[in-house]
Design a protein. Structure first.
Length: 362
Protein backbone atom coordinates (compact mmCIF):
# COMPACT_ATOMS: atom_id res chain seq x y z
CA UNK A 1 0.00 0.00 0.00
CA UNK A 2 1.47 3.33 -1.05
CA UNK A 3 2.05 6.10 1.48
CA UNK A 4 -0.90 8.53 1.58
CA UNK A 5 0.32 11.21 4.01
CA UNK A 6 3.56 12.82 5.05
CA UNK A 7 4.80 11.67 8.45
CA UNK A 8 3.41 13.46 11.49
CA UNK A 9 6.79 15.06 12.20
CA UNK A 10 7.08 16.33 8.62
CA UNK A 11 3.57 17.80 8.82
CA UNK A 12 4.31 19.52 12.13
CA UNK A 13 7.54 21.01 10.80
CA UNK A 14 5.83 22.16 7.59
CA UNK A 15 3.05 24.07 9.36
CA UNK A 16 5.28 25.42 12.10
CA UNK A 17 7.68 26.92 9.54
CA UNK A 18 4.72 28.29 7.55
CA UNK A 19 3.23 29.89 10.67
CA UNK A 20 6.49 31.61 11.61
CA UNK A 21 6.95 32.95 8.08
CA UNK A 22 3.33 34.12 8.00
CA UNK A 23 3.97 36.23 11.11
CA UNK A 24 7.59 37.28 10.54
CA UNK A 25 7.28 38.40 6.90
CA UNK A 26 4.88 41.34 7.43
CA UNK A 27 6.74 42.30 10.61
CA UNK A 28 9.94 42.58 8.58
CA UNK A 29 8.11 44.72 6.04
CA UNK A 30 6.95 47.36 8.54
CA UNK A 31 9.64 47.38 11.23
CA UNK A 32 12.12 49.42 9.19
CA UNK A 33 9.62 52.31 9.05
CA UNK A 34 8.95 52.30 12.80
CA UNK A 35 10.17 55.29 14.79
CA UNK A 36 13.20 54.51 16.90
CA UNK A 37 11.94 53.28 20.28
CA UNK A 38 12.35 50.39 22.73
CA UNK A 39 9.53 48.62 20.87
CA UNK A 40 11.45 48.87 17.57
CA UNK A 41 14.53 47.31 19.19
CA UNK A 42 12.41 44.46 20.55
CA UNK A 43 10.64 43.90 17.22
CA UNK A 44 14.00 43.67 15.42
CA UNK A 45 15.16 41.10 17.99
CA UNK A 46 11.94 39.07 17.64
CA UNK A 47 12.25 39.16 13.84
CA UNK A 48 15.81 37.80 14.09
CA UNK A 49 14.65 35.06 16.47
CA UNK A 50 11.95 34.07 13.98
CA UNK A 51 14.48 33.87 11.15
CA UNK A 52 16.95 31.77 13.14
CA UNK A 53 14.10 29.49 14.25
CA UNK A 54 13.10 28.97 10.60
CA UNK A 55 16.73 28.18 9.78
CA UNK A 56 17.01 25.55 12.53
CA UNK A 57 13.63 24.01 11.70
CA UNK A 58 14.54 23.87 8.01
CA UNK A 59 17.68 21.92 8.86
CA UNK A 60 15.54 19.46 10.81
CA UNK A 61 12.92 19.37 8.06
CA UNK A 62 15.42 18.53 5.32
CA UNK A 63 17.19 15.98 7.51
CA UNK A 64 13.86 14.32 8.21
CA UNK A 65 12.93 14.32 4.53
CA UNK A 66 16.28 12.75 3.60
CA UNK A 67 15.66 9.82 5.95
CA UNK A 68 11.90 9.28 5.46
CA UNK A 69 9.80 8.53 2.41
CA UNK A 70 7.27 10.98 0.99
CA UNK A 71 3.84 10.28 -0.51
CA UNK A 72 3.59 10.01 -4.28
CA UNK A 73 1.81 12.54 -6.45
CA UNK A 74 -1.64 11.57 -7.77
CA UNK A 75 -1.32 9.40 -10.88
CA UNK A 76 -3.64 11.69 -12.82
CA UNK A 77 -1.46 14.72 -12.20
CA UNK A 78 0.27 15.93 -15.42
CA UNK A 79 4.00 15.41 -15.49
CA UNK A 80 4.70 19.10 -16.11
CA UNK A 81 2.82 19.96 -12.93
CA UNK A 82 4.88 17.44 -11.02
CA UNK A 83 8.08 19.03 -12.32
CA UNK A 84 6.88 22.56 -11.47
CA UNK A 85 5.77 21.39 -8.02
CA UNK A 86 9.17 19.91 -7.28
CA UNK A 87 10.95 23.03 -8.59
CA UNK A 88 8.84 25.27 -6.35
CA UNK A 89 9.39 23.01 -3.33
CA UNK A 90 13.16 22.93 -3.68
CA UNK A 91 13.28 26.65 -4.41
CA UNK A 92 11.37 27.21 -1.19
CA UNK A 93 13.83 25.01 0.69
CA UNK A 94 16.71 27.04 -0.72
CA UNK A 95 15.09 30.31 0.33
CA UNK A 96 14.34 28.95 3.81
CA UNK A 97 18.12 28.83 4.22
CA UNK A 98 19.12 31.86 2.16
CA UNK A 99 16.71 34.37 3.72
CA UNK A 100 17.70 33.75 7.39
CA UNK A 101 21.38 33.47 6.49
CA UNK A 102 21.43 36.81 4.64
CA UNK A 103 19.56 38.34 7.57
CA UNK A 104 22.16 36.98 10.00
CA UNK A 105 24.99 38.23 7.76
CA UNK A 106 23.32 41.66 7.47
CA UNK A 107 22.91 41.94 11.24
CA UNK A 108 26.57 41.03 11.75
CA UNK A 109 27.79 43.52 9.14
CA UNK A 110 25.62 46.23 10.70
CA UNK A 111 27.28 45.61 14.06
CA UNK A 112 24.33 43.97 15.81
CA UNK A 113 24.92 40.48 17.12
CA UNK A 114 22.08 37.98 17.48
CA UNK A 115 21.17 36.95 21.04
CA UNK A 116 18.78 34.11 20.21
CA UNK A 117 15.73 33.99 22.53
CA UNK A 118 17.84 35.96 25.03
CA UNK A 119 19.58 32.65 25.73
CA UNK A 120 22.28 32.01 23.11
CA UNK A 121 24.82 34.47 21.71
CA UNK A 122 25.26 33.56 18.05
CA UNK A 123 28.63 34.39 16.47
CA UNK A 124 29.00 37.33 14.09
CA UNK A 125 29.51 35.90 10.61
CA UNK A 126 31.37 38.96 9.28
CA UNK A 127 33.01 42.03 10.77
CA UNK A 128 31.14 45.33 11.02
CA UNK A 129 31.12 46.95 7.58
CA UNK A 130 28.49 49.53 6.60
CA UNK A 131 28.96 49.14 2.84
CA UNK A 132 28.63 45.37 3.11
CA UNK A 133 25.64 45.76 5.42
CA UNK A 134 23.86 47.91 2.82
CA UNK A 135 24.49 45.28 0.13
CA UNK A 136 23.32 42.43 2.34
CA UNK A 137 20.19 44.37 3.27
CA UNK A 138 19.28 44.67 -0.40
CA UNK A 139 19.93 40.97 -0.99
CA UNK A 140 17.94 39.99 2.10
CA UNK A 141 15.02 42.15 1.00
CA UNK A 142 15.06 40.77 -2.57
CA UNK A 143 15.13 37.17 -1.36
CA UNK A 144 12.19 37.90 0.96
CA UNK A 145 10.10 39.08 -1.97
CA UNK A 146 11.08 35.93 -3.87
CA UNK A 147 10.04 33.86 -0.84
CA UNK A 148 6.67 35.64 -0.73
CA UNK A 149 6.10 34.99 -4.44
CA UNK A 150 6.84 31.27 -4.14
CA UNK A 151 4.81 31.09 -0.91
CA UNK A 152 1.77 32.48 -2.77
CA UNK A 153 2.30 30.13 -5.75
CA UNK A 154 2.65 27.16 -3.39
CA UNK A 155 -0.55 28.00 -1.49
CA UNK A 156 -2.53 28.75 -4.64
CA UNK A 157 -1.49 25.45 -6.21
CA UNK A 158 -2.46 23.50 -3.08
CA UNK A 159 -5.90 25.15 -3.02
CA UNK A 160 -6.33 24.55 -6.76
CA UNK A 161 -5.60 20.82 -6.30
CA UNK A 162 -8.06 20.59 -3.42
CA UNK A 163 -11.02 22.60 -4.71
CA UNK A 164 -10.71 22.30 -8.51
CA UNK A 165 -8.80 19.09 -9.24
CA UNK A 166 -10.26 17.50 -6.09
CA UNK A 167 -7.20 15.27 -5.61
CA UNK A 168 -5.28 14.41 -2.44
CA UNK A 169 -2.27 16.73 -2.82
CA UNK A 170 -3.30 19.12 -0.03
CA UNK A 171 -4.61 16.37 2.24
CA UNK A 172 -1.18 14.72 2.30
CA UNK A 173 -0.10 17.58 4.60
CA UNK A 174 -3.32 18.00 6.61
CA UNK A 175 -3.88 14.97 8.78
CA UNK A 176 -3.96 15.69 12.53
CA UNK A 177 -0.70 15.50 14.44
CA UNK A 178 -0.16 14.18 17.95
CA UNK A 179 1.65 16.07 20.68
CA UNK A 180 5.36 15.79 20.22
CA UNK A 181 8.39 17.37 21.88
CA UNK A 182 8.70 19.60 18.81
CA UNK A 183 5.62 21.50 20.01
CA UNK A 184 7.89 22.96 22.64
CA UNK A 185 9.43 24.99 19.82
CA UNK A 186 6.12 26.83 19.43
CA UNK A 187 6.18 27.79 23.09
CA UNK A 188 9.82 28.74 22.85
CA UNK A 189 9.13 30.91 19.85
CA UNK A 190 6.21 32.75 21.41
CA UNK A 191 8.00 33.78 24.53
CA UNK A 192 15.11 39.35 22.74
CA UNK A 193 46.92 51.07 29.06
CA UNK A 194 49.54 49.97 30.37
CA UNK A 195 52.29 52.53 30.68
CA UNK A 196 55.23 50.23 29.79
CA UNK A 197 58.64 50.33 31.45
CA UNK A 198 60.13 53.79 31.42
CA UNK A 199 57.43 55.50 29.35
CA UNK A 200 58.29 58.96 28.05
CA UNK A 201 56.65 62.18 29.16
CA UNK A 202 53.68 63.11 27.00
CA UNK A 203 51.61 66.22 26.35
CA UNK A 204 48.37 66.08 24.37
CA UNK A 205 47.15 63.26 22.13
CA UNK A 206 46.73 62.55 18.43
CA UNK A 207 42.97 62.44 17.62
CA UNK A 208 43.30 60.50 14.34
CA UNK A 209 45.17 57.73 16.13
CA UNK A 210 42.88 57.70 19.15
CA UNK A 211 39.36 56.41 19.73
CA UNK A 212 36.56 56.50 22.25
CA UNK A 213 33.86 53.88 21.86
CA UNK A 214 31.22 52.27 24.04
CA UNK A 215 29.21 49.10 24.35
CA UNK A 216 25.56 48.97 25.39
CA UNK A 217 23.21 46.01 25.54
CA UNK A 218 20.06 45.97 23.44
CA UNK A 219 17.74 43.03 24.10
CA UNK A 220 20.71 41.19 25.61
CA UNK A 221 22.96 41.85 22.61
CA UNK A 222 26.17 43.89 22.83
CA UNK A 223 25.95 46.89 20.48
CA UNK A 224 29.05 48.99 19.83
CA UNK A 225 29.13 52.70 19.06
CA UNK A 226 31.77 55.42 19.01
CA UNK A 227 32.31 59.17 19.02
CA UNK A 228 33.89 60.73 15.96
CA UNK A 229 35.05 63.95 17.65
CA UNK A 230 36.75 64.55 20.99
CA UNK A 231 39.49 66.80 22.25
CA UNK A 232 41.34 67.74 25.41
CA UNK A 233 44.62 68.22 27.22
CA UNK A 234 46.77 65.42 28.57
CA UNK A 235 49.97 65.88 30.56
CA UNK A 236 51.64 62.63 31.52
CA UNK A 237 54.85 62.61 33.57
CA UNK A 238 55.55 59.06 34.78
CA UNK A 239 58.32 60.29 37.10
CA UNK A 240 56.16 63.04 38.58
CA UNK A 241 52.52 61.99 38.63
CA UNK A 242 51.58 64.98 40.78
CA UNK A 243 52.14 67.11 37.68
CA UNK A 244 50.17 64.76 35.45
CA UNK A 245 46.58 65.53 34.47
CA UNK A 246 43.97 64.96 31.79
CA UNK A 247 40.81 66.63 30.57
CA UNK A 248 38.86 64.97 27.79
CA UNK A 249 35.84 66.56 26.10
CA UNK A 250 33.60 64.48 23.85
CA UNK A 251 31.35 66.05 21.22
CA UNK A 252 28.14 64.11 21.92
CA UNK A 253 26.61 65.10 18.58
CA UNK A 254 29.39 63.15 16.84
CA UNK A 255 28.01 59.82 18.04
CA UNK A 256 28.20 56.99 15.51
CA UNK A 257 25.70 54.17 15.97
CA UNK A 258 25.58 53.00 12.36
CA UNK A 259 21.95 54.15 12.16
CA UNK A 260 20.79 57.69 11.36
CA UNK A 261 17.50 57.17 13.20
CA UNK A 262 19.26 55.99 16.36
CA UNK A 263 21.79 58.82 16.21
CA UNK A 264 19.05 61.44 15.93
CA UNK A 265 17.13 59.85 18.79
CA UNK A 266 20.04 59.87 21.26
CA UNK A 267 20.69 63.55 20.60
CA UNK A 268 17.19 64.38 21.88
CA UNK A 269 15.76 65.17 25.30
CA UNK A 270 15.40 61.60 26.53
CA UNK A 271 19.09 60.95 25.96
CA UNK A 272 21.96 63.45 25.64
CA UNK A 273 19.92 66.61 24.93
CA UNK A 274 22.87 67.93 22.95
CA UNK A 275 21.17 71.27 22.33
CA UNK A 276 21.71 72.07 26.02
CA UNK A 277 24.57 69.71 26.91
CA UNK A 278 26.81 69.32 23.82
CA UNK A 279 29.83 67.93 25.67
CA UNK A 280 30.64 65.02 27.94
CA UNK A 281 33.81 65.56 30.01
CA UNK A 282 36.25 63.76 32.25
CA UNK A 283 38.60 65.87 34.38
CA UNK A 284 41.23 64.19 36.54
CA UNK A 285 42.04 65.34 40.05
CA UNK A 286 44.94 62.91 40.44
CA UNK A 287 46.71 60.02 38.73
CA UNK A 288 48.14 57.19 40.80
CA UNK A 289 50.51 54.31 40.05
CA UNK A 290 48.87 51.02 41.09
CA UNK A 291 51.51 48.57 39.86
CA UNK A 292 54.18 48.56 37.16
CA UNK A 293 52.52 49.82 33.97
CA UNK A 294 49.12 50.21 35.62
CA UNK A 295 47.56 53.49 36.78
CA UNK A 296 44.33 54.95 38.09
CA UNK A 297 42.95 58.28 36.92
CA UNK A 298 40.69 59.74 39.61
CA UNK A 299 38.35 62.56 38.67
CA UNK A 300 34.90 63.83 37.73
CA UNK A 301 32.82 62.51 34.84
CA UNK A 302 30.18 65.00 33.69
CA UNK A 303 27.29 64.22 31.39
CA UNK A 304 24.06 66.15 30.86
CA UNK A 305 25.08 68.58 33.60
CA UNK A 306 25.50 65.82 36.19
CA UNK A 307 28.96 65.11 37.66
CA UNK A 308 29.99 61.87 39.33
CA UNK A 309 33.26 60.75 40.89
CA UNK A 310 34.98 58.21 38.69
CA UNK A 311 38.09 56.03 38.95
CA UNK A 312 39.37 55.00 35.54
CA UNK A 313 41.98 52.22 35.23
CA UNK A 314 44.65 52.92 32.61
CA UNK A 315 47.45 50.91 31.04
CA UNK A 316 50.05 52.19 28.59
CA UNK A 317 52.48 50.84 26.05
CA UNK A 318 55.02 52.23 23.61
CA UNK A 319 54.23 51.90 19.89
CA UNK A 320 56.31 53.62 17.22
CA UNK A 321 57.59 56.22 19.64
CA UNK A 322 54.15 57.08 21.05
CA UNK A 323 52.73 56.27 24.46
CA UNK A 324 49.37 54.53 24.02
CA UNK A 325 47.03 54.96 26.98
CA UNK A 326 44.04 52.66 26.99
CA UNK A 327 41.44 51.28 29.32
CA UNK A 328 37.75 50.94 30.00
CA UNK A 329 35.21 51.66 32.70
CA UNK A 330 31.53 51.12 33.33
CA UNK A 331 28.83 53.64 34.13
CA UNK A 332 25.08 53.53 34.70
CA UNK A 333 23.17 55.63 32.23
CA UNK A 334 20.42 56.29 34.78
CA UNK A 335 22.93 58.09 37.03
CA UNK A 336 23.11 60.80 34.35
CA UNK A 337 19.42 60.75 33.35
CA UNK A 338 20.32 59.15 30.04
CA UNK A 339 17.54 57.13 28.42
CA UNK A 340 14.38 58.46 30.02
CA UNK A 341 10.72 58.22 29.12
CA UNK A 342 9.96 55.12 27.06
CA UNK A 343 13.70 54.33 27.10
CA UNK A 344 13.70 53.73 30.85
CA UNK A 345 12.87 50.08 30.09
CA UNK A 346 16.14 48.24 30.89
CA UNK A 347 15.10 45.23 28.78
CA UNK A 348 15.35 47.19 25.54
CA UNK A 349 18.57 49.04 26.44
CA UNK A 350 20.62 47.93 29.42
CA UNK A 351 21.43 50.28 32.30
CA UNK A 352 25.18 49.66 32.32
CA UNK A 353 27.39 51.11 29.58
CA UNK A 354 31.03 50.14 29.01
CA UNK A 355 33.25 52.97 27.79
CA UNK A 356 36.49 51.94 26.03
CA UNK A 357 39.23 54.39 25.10
CA UNK A 358 42.59 54.41 23.39
CA UNK A 359 44.65 57.62 23.29
CA UNK A 360 47.85 58.00 21.30
CA UNK A 361 49.79 60.53 23.38
CA UNK A 362 52.24 63.00 21.87
Amino acid sequence: MSQVHYTRTAILLHWLIALIIFVAWPVGLIMGDMEISPLKIKVFAWHKWAGITVLWLSVVRLSWRATHSTPAYPQAMPRWQVRVSKAVQWSLYALLFAVPMTGWLFSSAAGYSVFYLNLIHLPDLVEKNKALADQLHEIHETLNWALLALFVVHCAAALKHHFIDKDAVLMRMLRSTPKTPLLGLIVGFSVFTAFQADPADAAGFIPEKSEIKFISRQMGVDVEGRFRKFEGDVVFKPADLAKSSARIEVDLASIDLGSTDSEQEVKGKDWFLVSSFPKGTFQTTSIKLKSPDHYEAIGKFTLKGISKDMVVPITTKQINGHTIAEGQFNLKRTDFKIGQGVWADPEAVGIEITVIFRLALN
